[in-house]
Design a protein around this ligand. Structure first.
Ligand SMILES: [Zn+2]
Length: 86
């Protein structure tokens, strides 16, 4: 009888552990959905555009450092979509 009880306990423990595992995966997924698209901006004072790729010709003219930021960050900084890569 004792064996059955401890066996049941173990089963319950395993199920609750699996439930936690599922919770973690769901949380990870929702976090992934919230991830912003990333864009590239030139850190010169005259740069005004953000780029979808860091291989864009417009970005190639940049003589300063290039930053990878979220789309909303670039917009907040006053950057507009590049006419070459958008
Ligand atoms: Zn561009």
């Amino acid at each position: 009888m004792k064996k059955i009880v401890s066996g049941l306990l173990l089963l319950c423990l395993t199920i609750s552990m699996q439930a936690q595992e599922v919770k973690k995966v769901v949380h990870h997924k929702s976090h992934h959905v919230q991830t912003q698209p990333m864009v590239y901006i030139c850190n010169s004072g005259s740069a005004y555009a953000y780029h979808s790729s860091n291989g864009c010709h417009g970005l190639g003219r940049c003589r300063h450092t290039i930053s990878r930021v979220t789309l909303s960050e670039a917009k907040n900084e006053g950057y507009r979509a590049c006419k070459i890569c958008y």
